[in-house]
Each structure stands twice: as C-alpha cells, then as structure tokens.
Write a protein that binds this ligand. Structure first.
Ligand code: SF4
Length: 500
C-alpha cells in the first residue's frame, strides 16, 4: 500500500481550438445579472459558457469537506459550489463526459489574502471528488490579452466582459434604487429580468472585431452599448415609484465576494434589509477594478526611480483611468444618471489614510474605511453595513481600524457583520440594532426638510398629480445634501416650486 506520494503541481490539459464548440466554460462568483451578461459576451466570442449554479447554504457544508475549515467563508462557499456542480453532473452525465465537456475558469491575483489561493482550494475539490483531470484555468484580471491553456483571451473579449460588468452594475444600481419605492409590487424584478434579457441579446450580437487596436478604438468610442441601454431605459420609464416612503439608506461595503453576492452566502442580506424597510446602496464591481488600477498607479508613483519609462507608463495608466470613468459615466447617462457615480479613488485613499495605510493591500484594503467615511461625510447613506467574512484577515484589520474612525465620528452608524454562513440570526440581529437607529435618523431628516420647506406629503402628492413624470423610476432626484431619498425628493420638489 502506498503511504506517500510526491507532490505534483496541478497542470490542466489545454483546451484545444477544435474543442471549443463542444466544451462549456463554467464561471461564477458574481450576481446572476453580471453572469448572464458575461455569458452573452463569451458566446459572442465563440465559446459555450455557463455560470455555476446559484450559491446555496449547503455549499458551505460541502466546501468544508474539501477546504481547510478555517478558510474564509467565500473560499468555502465557492469551493463547495464547484464540488456540488461536479457531483451532480457526474451523476447525470458520467465522470468522463464532465472531464471532457466542461472547464472551470476563475480569476486569480497575487496578494496577502486567500484570493491569491482560490485556485488551490478548487484543486482540493478536484482531488476530493476524484476529478483531478478536470480542467481549471486561472486568468489574470488585470491583463487585456492572455492565453491560458488554449483559452484565448483577446482585447475584444476582455473589453466585452468589462462592458458586461459595467452594465450589470448599472442595472443592479437601478434595481436597488427603485424596488423599495415601486408602486406595483414585483414590477422592478420583472423589468430587471427583461432588461437583462434585452442586453444579453445585444451583447450576443456585438459586431465581430479583429485586431487589438481596432477593437480598443471601437469599444472606446462606440454608442452600441449606450443605445442598448436607452432601450432598457424605456422599460424602466414605465415603473411608477412613490419616493415619499421614508427609508434609511444603507450602504453595503465589505469583502468583494460577500458584498457583491446576492443569496445564501451572505444571508441574502440586501433583500432582508429591504424587507426591514431600508433602501440599499449596492457596491458596483467597477469600484473594485478602479481600485486595482489605482493601486498599480500609486505603486508605480512610489517607486518611480526604478520604473523604466515612468512618465509614459504613468500617462498611459491615467489615460486608461480617464477612459474607464468616461465609459461608466456614459452608461449612467443613458439611464438618466440614476445609477450612482463611482467614488473618487484619490479621495477614498486620503480619507482612509489617517486610519489605514493604502499599502496594506488584500481584500478591499483601505477602501472599506474610505467608502464608509465618504458616504458619511457626503451624506450618501444613513448607515454602513460592512460584510466581513469569517476568517478574513483584511476585513478583520479594517473592522479594527474602524474603531479609530468611530472614535472621531461617533455619529457614523456602522454595522460590521461577520458572516460565517451558518449564524444568520446572530448577524441579522446585530444589523437590526443599528438599522433601528438609522430609521430614526432618516425620519428626523425627513421632518426637518418638511419644516424647512413648509411642505407636507399631501402637498407634494398634489403637485405630483399634475406632473406624473416625477413618479417615474428614471426621474433623477438630485442629491441636495440629504442622505434619504424621501428627504431629497421633498427638497427637490420645493426647489421646483421656488420655496427654497
Ligand atoms: S478578502 Fe478575505 S474573504 Fe476575500 S479572499 Fe481575501 S481572505 Fe478571503
């Protein structure tokens, strides 16, 4: 009997070009909207693609069979999700078919936290399920072109995926801004599904583009995606909202996977907050990518003496950042700027700096402090809900540093929620305690605006009767210095009436 074997590094078989129309690329980790849109772009690029099944509570238990149980919960959930998929597919189609017909593609990065080791957890899953020959490819999210085991990632595919992520963010922002105020229950979800379908069809039909520069120029200048969003906007125009409902605004921050996720992996906390009477500000994925590019820029600036062609590289990175923001803002504009703008990364870094050095990378680094302070100081939210995975080093550090922030800004309502995956009541109960205070804050703010403007909800409703466009989901209410939507809306109506 063999008691020991030499360690063999995992090397997947390459994906041959002639296999492409038979093999399905599996991927996951984002919301169903982002995944559906990314699937459409992958199909447009000639691949068969499919997101992994929705994360379920059972994935945590399955994941613990394979991964170190002290690992952070996103690692365990996602590894368990892959294992569940493989087990079910093997039962349905047989192990050999699964090995030949599917490959799993995941993003990787280097860094001090487990994000740099996800693929190793997935390898444990492959070993544990007896599927070591199953192909798993790791792609670098910061490279425009790469070839990984026959998987050809071109500029066109990368930029298409970037648009898919942006569009997923824009729709998610609309969704959370509208659903708490919808007059007809279920209307937001219906329109959201239709929007995702419409955009998927457009992405699947994206014109074919060959060549790096041609593709780059087309994506930088095209109105293809904004025109598609204008069609989407017509769907949202029909959704009627009642913005006089007073709701606390809760900004979600936290670890990347956990804050983005919508499901059992974070106790479905965004839907739960809505059911508790809150309006949620979801975190766009675009913010994290913006952060990663800025990190590259800041590192380069710090070590400029050692960087060859420093000025050129700096100019190029700044140019990319300009284009990145311009593209995102063009998409927002197509939805009448209802989705939030991306927060300025330089300001986030400055705000966080006294409490958390930006060089402490891993997870979302200093951004958690920066985003909380940005939302508080600019009055974008009544409360911050930070989702911290159990076993996550970067988040533990930022939760610790937040104590210094709270010492300086005791009014900042901050709920750090540790997510283990199996302690829902404990986590939600803690969140509820802070939410109660946020509700009071929102109500006080609303009453102050009514006092200041001399308006009543009845007078606003009378005014709306003559102007039904004010009740459209796509009508943009300017910020005006209030965190709450109802308070901002009354203030806006008062301005149109000439009262303030
Ligand atoms: S940021 Fe935390 S939860 Fe996310 S991969 Fe790193 S260690 Fe895990």
């Amino acid at each position: 009997m063999k008691v020991a074997e030499h360690y063999r590094a995992y090397r997947p078989r390459p994906l041959r070009r002639e296999e492409r129309d038979k093999v399905t690329l599996l991927f996951g980790g984002l919301t169903w909207k982002h995944e559906r849109l990314m699937q459409a772009i992958l199909e447009n690029g000639g691949y068969r693609a499919k997101p992994l099944p929705e994360i379920k509570r059972v994935d945590l238990d399955i994941g613990k069979e394979f991964v170190d149980p002290g690992a952070c919960c996103p690692t365990i959930f996602t590894a368990g999700n892959l294992a569940r998929f493989l087990r079910e597919k093997v039962e349905e189609e047989g192990a050999q078919n699964v090995r030949d017909r599917y490959v799993f593609v995941t993003a990787g990065a280097c860094g001090p936290c487990r994000f740099g080791q996800y693929h190793e957890s997935y390898e444990r899953v492959l070993e544990g399920t007896g599927m070591r020959d199953f192909r798993l490819f790791l792609v670098d999210i910061l490279r425009m072109e790469q070839e990984e085991g026959g998987l050809e990632i071109t500029t066109s595919l990368t930029l298409g995926l970037l648009y898919a992520v942006f569009l997923g963010d824009i729709l998610t922002d609309m969704e959370y801004a509208v659903r708490p105020y919808e007059v007809k229950p279920g209307e937001t979800d219906r329109v959201l599904r239709e929007s995702v379908e419409l955009l998927s069809q457009k992405l699947r039909k994206r014109p074919p583009l060959n060549g790096r520069w041609r593709s780059f120029l087309w994506h930088a200048t095209t109105s293809y995606f904004t025109e598609a969003l204008r069609e989407v906007r017509e769907l949202w125009d029909e959704v009627e909202v009642d913005r006089l409902r007073v709701k606390p605004k809760v900004k979600i921050t936290g670890e990347f996977w956990l804050q983005t996720h919508e499901g059992d992996g974070n106790y479905n906390i965004k839907r739960w907050l809505e059911a508790e009477g809150a309006e949620v500000i979801p975190p766009p994925i675009a913010v994290w990518m913006d952060y990663l590019i800025h990190m590259e820029l800041w590192r380069m600036q710090e070590s400029r003496e050692f960087v060859r062609r420093y000025l050129l590289k700096k100019l190029l990175t700044k140019g990319i950042l300009w284009l990145y923001h311009r593209t995102y803002n063009r998409l927002r504009a197509a939805m009448n700027n209802v989705p939030h703008p991306l927060p300025p990364q330089e300001e986030l870094r400055k705000l966080a700096n006294p409490f958390f050095d930006y060089r402490l990378a891993g997870g979302e680094g200093h951004m958690l402090i920066g985003k909380a302070l940005f939302a508080y100081l600019h009055r974008h939210a009544h409360m911050i809900c930070e989702l911290s995975p159990y076993g996550c080093l970067p988040n533990t550090m930022s939760v610790g540093a937040m104590q210094g922030v709270l010492g300086k800004y005791p009014d900042l309502l901050y709920a750090p929620i540790e997510i283990k995956g199996d302690a829902e009541v404990h986590a939600l109960s803690r969140c509820q305690m802070i939410l109660t205070e946020a509700k009071r804050k929102a109500q006080r703010e609303f009453e102050e605006v009514l006092d200041r403007t001399g308006l009543t909800p009845e007078k606003v409703r009378e005014f709306e009767e003559e102007r039904p466009h004010l009740r459209r989901a796509t009508y943009r209410v300017p910020h005006g210095g209030c965190a709450g939507t109802a308070a901002s809306y009354v203030l806006h109506v008062a301005k149109i009436m000439g009262r303030v």
